[in-house]
Design a protein around this ligand. Structure first.
Ligand SMILES: [Zn+2]
Length: 275
């Protein structure tokens, strides 16, 4: 099969040509232009696979035209339009999902969470995206969409979405820059990690309590420094979870390509009409 997997992030986008095993054959990376998402996608898809595409799957972050603020309803409508246009242009099945969901699917089915029933993926990049997979299927309800925006500090720091005290406002790459003046790729001293982990653990405890995962996978750009913060996170969680409860926490297997792998899995399913 010739499948197209797409991952549209807030700053970078990726388009891949891959097969039904989730294997990426070719991929391109380019800066996301919120005003030209459709045109950019069409040219990249044609560049990778001039013909014989079987299906397309897109993982997309919440992007609203109103820069800086996220409106989940506006992006839902814009996403539906994008899906329709791609279907019409390429005349193949197209499926569009939240980018944290595609990344979680990639990690749960073929990555760090392989073989586990319930996997929670926490992508920490410029924002925080959380996806849940149960039995190799994306698990969604009204709460799961916005888990990066759960309140962990009542009346706390202002979040990009306009809310206060949200997880994203404390641990995202953007938050780390704002709070400590550090970029995601900078060396970040242990003292700062301890502060970040305090909030990450609060968020994780909340999510673990709600969804009882067998495995938590941490991905996104910040996860590149996982050796600096995963051990302390695991330590705090093991002390905070109720007696007898435990959860495995791992770094993502595919790094910044988890979303592409997940999109290829979805593309295969939609090509076989299993969605
Ligand atoms: Zn928020």
């Amino acid at each position: 099969m010739n499948l197209i997997g797409i991952d549209i992030g807030r700053s970078k986008s990726r388009v891949a040509l891959g097969n039904e095993k989730g294997k990426i054959k070719k991929a391109v990376l380019y800066p996301t232009d919120p005003e030209n998402i459709y045109d950019d996608l069409v040219s990249k898809i044609i560049e990778l696979a001039p013909k014989n595409i079987d299906a397309i799957a897109v993982g997309i972050t919440s992007i609203s035209s109103d820069e800086g603020r996220v409106d989940f309803d506006i992006s839902r409508k814009a996403n539906a339009r994008l899906e329709k246009k791609l279907k019409k242009r390429f005349e193949v099945p197209v499926v569009l999902e939240n980018d944290a969901d595609t990344a979680s699917l990639g990690e749960a089915v073929l990555g760090a969470g392989r073989g586990e029933d319930t996997v929670v993926y926490v992508g920490i990049g410029s924002g925080v995206g959380v996806g849940i997979v149960k039995g190799e299927r994306i698990f969604e309800n009204t709460d799961t969409k916005e888990l990066g925006h759960i309140v962990i500090e009542k009346g706390g720091l202002e979040c990009r979405c306009g809310g206060k005290g949200h997880l994203e406002a404390y641990i995202s790459g953007t938050a780390i820059k704002k709070r400590f003046g550090k970029e995601q790729n900078d060396y970040i001293p242990k003292k700062i990690w301890e502060d970040i982990v305090k909030y990450l653990a609060k968020g994780l405890l909340n999510i673990i309590e709600k969804y009882s995962p067998n495995m938590v996978v941490i991905g996104g750009g910040v996860a590149n420094q996982s050796e600096m913060f995963l051990p302390i996170t695991i330590d705090i969680l093991s002390k905070s979870l109720p007696k007898g409860e435990s959860v495995q926490i791992k770094k993502s297997k595919f790094g910044d390509r988890s979303g592409l792998v997940g999109a290829l899995i979805l593309a295969k399913r939609v090509a076989e009409e299993k969605i």
